[in-house]
Write a protein that binds this ligand. Structure first.
Ligand SMILES: Nc1ncnc2c1ncn2[C@@H]1O[C@H](COP(=O)(O)OP(=O)(O)OP(=O)(O)O)[C@@H](O)[C@H]1O
Length: 372
């Protein structure tokens, strides 16, 4: 049974509909990440789960109980905000225990809870400090500690790492993941950072303009994006989306032809299992390939069943330490290939690249949906 279930949820401000028929469900212990560009409605969705915003219609159930019309205090959730929202005049221990004090939890139990969470979060040495005496990462830990001591059914995180610098963000991301693995709590987490979404989530919901674009595991979303928006939004560098035309091969299979800058074409065979693209025979399609599926010949995946090679004029080479990105042009668009770090390729040179066509995806240029 799903633990958190959002059914046909709609939210409007006056005539403006912000969330349009959202349906999502996750299991107990799941880590749901809501991701999408600024203004897509992810914070609004989180706030409706928290009870901070009333919904226009639909249902939100937690552990089988419809909470949509309950106040936040009766939903058994705890929220960690981007701004941390710590009380500046209280010590760390005071901040963590404040909710328990209000609920008149006995002192020994409070002290034990503070001790337990401060061990988990490694903030035992900070308990007597005020928030102003803490670093951003330490404040973030205290905010999490305050949520943890409540032991709620669901944790809600609203962009908790966005105020931290890049290095600390990565460290805290790992820490949140470790915490989730250890505590097996159910989490809903908002971010606009697709890497955070990929690394943390058990399930990702991608939103755009208040519409759920795709809901699935990180691997499903990465490998089989539902549409061109998801394909472009998830992954860095983004998936290459190129204009192609479907052709029939002499042997009965299909290929996709991409125009080169020179005017000639490169013909890429369609891998087994992806023949649905044949329904678009003779018509334009969008050919999607991730940078790592387009490599130097030596870097090609030896286990791939369908690989094609093609000579491409390399316009720019960008060494990135662990690998090298090369930019070429195909199908009227710039294409990024991900080469091995020591690939001997230079800008201005024609280089032979390998296309792993097992990883290719096709989209209908009209509907922008994936052809499956
Ligand atoms: N009280 C309100 N009245 C009217 N419109 C609102 C209100 N609150 C939010 N909105 C609008 O709802 C849309 C979704 O906002 P929301 O804050 O949920 O987006 P978001 O995806 O979390 O964006 P960000 O990443 O920038 O925080 C935006 O277009 C916003 O302008």
């Amino acid at each position: 049974m799903s633990f958190l279930k959002i059914s046909h949820l709609r939210k409007s401000y006056g005539a403006l509909e912000i969330l349009k028929d959202i349906n999502i469900e996750i299991e107990q212990g799941g880590f749901l990440v809501l991701v999408g560009p600024s203004g897509c409605g992810k914070s609004t969705l989180l706030n409706t789960i928290a009870g901070l915003e009333p919904i226009t219609s639909g249902e939100i159930s937690i552990n089988g109980r419809n909470v949509a019309n309950l106040p936040p205090s009766q939903r058994d959730i705890a929220m960690v905000f981007q701004s941390y929202a710590l009380y500046p005049n209280m010590t760390v221990a005071g901040n963590i225990a404040f909710g328990m004090e209000i609920r008149k939890v006995p002192k020994e139990i409070r002290e034990k809870a503070i001790k337990d969470v401060s061990e988990i979060l490694q903030i035992g040495h900070l308990l007597d400090r005020k928030p102003s005496q803490l670093s951003g990462g330490q404040r973030q830990r205290v905010a999490m500690g305050r949520a943890l001591v409540r032991n709620p059914q669901v944790f809600l995180f609203d962009e908790p790492l966005s105020n931290l610098d890049a290095k600390l963000r990565v460290d805290m991301r790992t820490e949140i993941k470790r915490l989730h693995q250890r505590m097996k709590t159910t989490i809903v987490y908002v971010t606009h950072d697709q890497i955070e979404a990929m690394t943390l989530a058990t399930k990702i919901a991608v939103l755009k303009d208040g519409v759920l674009q795709q809901f699935g595991s990180p691997a499903e979303i990465y490998n089989n994006p539902a549409n061109m928006f998801v394909a472009d939004f998830m992954g860095s560098p983004a998936m290459n989306l190129l204009n192609g035309t479907v052709r029939k091969n002499d042997n009965g299979g299909f290929s996709v032809a991409l125009a080169r800058a020179s005017g000639e074409e490169i013909l890429l065979p369609v891998a087994p299992g992806k023949e649905a693209v044949g329904q678009h025979l003779g018509k334009p399609v969008i050919f999607g390939i991730r940078p790592e599926a387009l490599t130097d010949i030596e870097g090609a995946d030896r286990n791939a069943t369908t690989v094609a090679e093609g000579d491409c004029l390399i316009e720019v080479v960008e060494p990135a330490g662990s690998d090298t990105f090369a930019v070429t042009k195909l199908g009227g668009k710039e294409v990024v290939a991900r080469l091995r770090a020591d690939a001997r390729i230079q800008s201005g040179q024609v280089a032979r690249l390998a296309f792993n066509l097992d990883k290719a995806v096709f989209f209908d240029p009209q509907s922008q949906g994936r052809i499956a």
